[in-house]
Design a protein around this ligand. Structure first.
Ligand SMILES: NC(=O)c1ccc[n+]([C@@H]2O[C@H](COP(=O)([O-])OP(=O)(O)OC[C@H]3O[C@@H](n4cnc5c(N)ncnc54)[C@H](O)[C@@H]3O)[C@@H](O)[C@H]2O)c1
Ligand SMILES: O=C(O)C(=O)C[C@]1(C(=O)O)C=C[C@@H](O)C=C1
Length: 292
């Protein structure tokens, strides 16, 4: 049981974590801070946090667990704001979608205290942001990737595993580099393609009309294009090298399909579609249940 969660960033991910931690009976008090005071106030009114803090430092004052749930570009500034109050016993985690940049910021800013930081990335979310969409069940049954570094304290890492497990998550550990390579392929590229697809269609003369005619295939394929622009700007730029590698692979694969369409090679086209269809039909989202 933790005494106090210091929550920096009372939005979708942070708010959902606060609700889940409280429901699990793992924390006595939640003190929250968001950049905009009206967000912090809203989080308290909604019962997501118990106390509003006027600064990140004050949210962390007295906290034995700290969660950074801010856009990845705000990680370094957040670490700077709280580093003076961190003790070797504090468990500090984040939920950022990229890990190499976050870990680099932690090394630069936290220095001797970097061991109490356990980088985390829950593989769950929504295309809507803000505390209004916080959901006590967001993390249940989902994967959480932890990317400890050589200096991460064993005790803190175990505490992090225990917290996420208690919230019903399946914990996976990997290096920040492997994380960023994998999520460039299965999260960042799909978002990039969804943004491009919507802009490509909406930018055409008859784009609006076409979109008014679209059905569930279009809806399912493009849901994530409605995601928060600033959050995704940060993610795509932070993981640009891995993302651009994946984008090149995608473009080559698309080109191969186009070539077969151009030449009218139906058999070869069918065989590539069959490959994709079988792969996707056999794919299941990883969850705690499927790992049992
Ligand atoms: N939304 C998703 O699907 C999803 C999934 C997994 C991980 N993430 C990661 O979670 C993090 C938070 O995303 P979210 O969806 O909760 O966004 P959100 O917009 O709902 O919440 C972010 C909160 O951080 C606050 N904030 C912004 N800059 C700040 C700063 N400098 N100091 C303090 N507070 C600040 C905002 O006011 C907001 O309350 C991001 O790093 C994102 O990459 C998001
Ligand atoms: O469900 C969504 O809307 C998401 O995009 C969630 C999603 C993803 O699967 O790509 C988005 C970003 C994350 O860092 C983790 C999960």
């Amino acid at each position: 049981m933790f005494e106090q969660l210091g929550l920096i960033g009372c939005g979708l991910m942070g708010g959902s974590f606060a609700l889940a931690l409280k429901r699990a009976g793992l924390v006595k008090r939640i003190v929250g801070y968001s950049k905009s005071p009206s967000t912090t106030e809203r989080a308290r009114q909604m019962g997501v946090i118990d106390v509003e803090a006027p600064s990140a430092l004050l949210a962390v004052s007295g906290a034995d667990i700290v969660l950074l749930a801010v856009p990845v570009s705000a990680t370094e500034a957040s670490f700077k704001a709280i580093r003076h109050l961190l003790t070797p016993n504090t468990l500090v985690m984040d939920v950022g979608s990229t890990k190499r940049d976050v870990v680099d910021a932690a090394r630069r800013v936290l220095r001797d205290h970097v061991g109490c930081f356990v980088p985390a990335h829950p593989i769950t979310g929504k295309e809507v942001s803000g505390v209004e969409h916080a959901d006590v069940n967001l993390y249940a049954g989902k994967q959480v990737i932890l990317t400890p570094i050589e200096r991460t304290f064993t005790v803190q890492l175990q505490k992090a595993v225990d917290v996420w497990t208690a919230l019903g998550c399946h914990v996976v550990k990997m290096s920040p580099q492997s994380h960023d390579a994998a999520y460039a392929a299965v999260s960042h590229l799909p978002h990039l393609i969804a943004f491009a697809m919507i802009n490509g269609i909406a930018g055409q003369d008859h784009g609006k009309e076409y979109m008014s005619l679209a059905g569930p295939g279009f809806r399912d394929f493009t849901r994530i294009a409605a995601s928060d622009p600033k959050m995704w700007r940060d993610i795509l730029v932070a993981n640009r090298e891995e993302l651009l590698d994946q984008s090149r692979i995608f473009q080559k694969t698309l080109q191969s399909l186009e070539n077969l369409i151009t030449s009218g090679d139906g058999d070869a086209l069918e065989s590539l579609i069959e490959q994709a269809s079988e792969t996707r039909a056999n794919w299941r989202i990883a969850s705690q249940k499927s790992h049992k």
